[in-house]
Design a protein around this ligand. Structure first.
Ligand code: C2E
Ligand code: CA
Ligand code: CA
Ligand code: CA
Length: 279
């Protein structure tokens, strides 16, 4: 460690230890949270950009911390992945979503499916396909109501069991969505190997779309390729009507974001509210 003087070094040390202690404390709390199941889910609609119909709901995890209130994923998911606790959290999430699908009722109508985020590490430590199938059976939920979101990197890792498990799920009628598209080591060739249903373009691109021509060119290329491969395209993080209009003109199929709806508690998410077509 390079320092200007003794004081600086001690300052660094103190800060380092404080950070380490906080991290260890959070890890212990997270371990207890998995044991006691302190997690809840919120659900964000994904809609058809033309009709405005809600097509699906993305399940997003929250940690009801005993003393610090409701924590968002950015405060614990990275640590959960580093420590492997994501495997236990993932199992709880899959079960919770299936229980919720069984609990929701839609008078005279169909329920819309729910998409669940699955981390790369879950694929190497558990048979995700078996977990999902067992949870669907346990709660009597049809596979068509369950969708899986995976990032590109899950498939890129060599030796990953992800492709095999995704094929198994897909064969049962579970839709597979590619998440955060455009941010990873994007390999377009990867996309043709598996039969993905939906491509979710990362919100960083949506944020640019009203500002630069390059971002619109990029988006158009993705849409063209996705459609040629039989996939639908979702823009994530849509925050304005201007973005909606541009995305529509670029032939984007579906949108998700605060402009449409924030993530909702289960009771507000289904049955879905009727929605008018967007301008
Ligand atoms: P993600 O899968 O990309 O999920 C979208 C995130 O963007 C969510 O954050 C959502 O609340 C937020 N978002 C939605 N609309 C907008 C918008 O218009 N503008 C902006 N700026 N953000 C928007 P959230 O719920 O905090 O989740 C963050 C990340 O944590 C997720 O990113 C996902 O990678 C991870 N995550 C969430 N739930 C789970 C889970 O159950 N399992 C796993 N493995 N990861 C999860
Ligand atoms: Ca996602
Ligand atoms: Ca995403
Ligand atoms: Ca397809």
């Amino acid at each position: 460690v390079k320092t200007n003087g003794k004081g600086g070094y001690q300052f660094f040390e103190a800060g380092f230890h404080a950070t380490l202690r906080a991290r260890l404390e959070l890890e212990a709390e997270l371990r207890a949270a998995v044991a006691h199941d302190e997690f809840t889910m919120v659900y964000q609609p994904r809609i058809d950009v033309i009709t405005g119909a809600t097509l699906s709901l993305e399940a997003l995890v929250r940690w009801q911390h005993p003393s610090r209130g409701l924590l968002e994923p950015r405060e614990f998911i990275a640590l959960a992945e580093e420590t492997g606790l994501i495997v236990g959290i993932g199992e709880l999430v899959i079960d919770k979503v299936c229980a919720q699908l069984a609990a929701w009722t839609s008078p005279g109508g169909e329920l819309v499916p729910v998409s669940v985020n699955v981390s790369p590490r879950q694929f190497s430590h558990a048979n995700v396909a078996d977990l999902v199938t067992a949870a669907l059976d346990r709660h009597g939920v049809p596979a068509r109501l369950f969708e899986v979101e995976i990032t590109e990197s899950s498939m890129m890792e060599s030796g990953s069991q992800a492709p095999r498990m995704l094929e198994a799920l897909h064969a049962q009628g579970v839709k597979i969505l590619v998440d955060d598209f455009g941010t990873g080591y994007s390999s377009l060739s990867q996309l043709q190997k598996l039969d993905f249903d939906v491509l979710k373009v990362d919100q960083a691109f949506t944020a640019e779309i009203a500002h630069t021509n390059e971002s619109r060119v990029f988006f158009t290329a993705i849409v063209t390729m996705a459609h040629a491969l039989g996939m639908r395209v979702v823009a994530e993080g849509v925050e304005s009507l201007e973005q909606v209009r541009i995305l529509k003109s670029l032939d984007c199929d579906e949108i998700q974001g605060y402009y449409i709806s924030p993530p909702l508690p289960p009771g507000d998410a289904q049955p879905v509210a009727p929605r008018a077509a967007l301008a």
